[in-house]
Write a protein that binds this ligand. Sequence first.
Ligand SMILES: [Fe+2]
Ligand SMILES: [Fe+2]
Length: 268
Amino acid sequence: MRIGMVGDLVGKPGRNAVLDWAPTLRSEYGVEFLIVDAENAAGGVGITPELAMNLLRDGSIDVLTLGNHAWGKREILPYLDEESRILRPANYPPGAPGRGWGVYGSSQGQVAVIVLQGRTFMEPVDDPFRALDSILESLPGGLAAIFVEFHAEATSEKQAFGMFADGRVSAVVGTHTHVQTADERILPRGTAYLTDVGMTGPIHSVIGMRVDVVLPRFQSLLPSRFEVADGEAQLSAALIDVDPHSRRAVQIERLQIPPYRRTQPGPA
Ligand SMILES: [Fe+2]
Ligand SMILES: [Fe+2]
């Protein structure tokens, strides 16, 4: 079966890109189960129930996920308890609203989706390694795939987590940095791995935000309110093929639509 993971949607350009492309990912790219990280969907920080409902409305997207910006819009908190198709990181303190993993139906069988957040250069959440161990013990049998999104900053922590999970889950795909890495591979025991899938949002930006707002902050260190950039948007995704009998990954492929321009656009 083919699982698609779309990286962090940034603002309206990101939401529009995924709404435009999700049906095509299913029909032309063969995606049978689609996971979308929407932690930056509302103006770059968090998500509202209205935006989540709109993204989930036609069933092209199976699960929405959130990372460290999960609580960015407070109105989402009760919705996280009501809607099982939206996940926040599982290794948040006990009593946090919502859930961090779930089991969902697909044409190829049941898929478990687990979201965990890293700790290096981030908020000191609970241990994601031990959290994975305990979630794996709670999962039902007979699953077709186990997909883990690892929302983290440090490439080293992400790779360490991938090796830790290797052979026990079908895929570990990183999110959070908004920059796609080129290290997709199948780990020795059959887990598909990618350090970061990248973002879905405005291309000419600083991780989705307006350059004219972010750049002065680096130069002056004065506070400024970040705003989502405009212009052409890009969709960043990973496509993972899993053998539903063994739950091992067969193939992983990165996707960027449209691809980054590496040359000056010439005359048509
Ligand atoms: Fe993000
Ligand atoms: Fe994040």
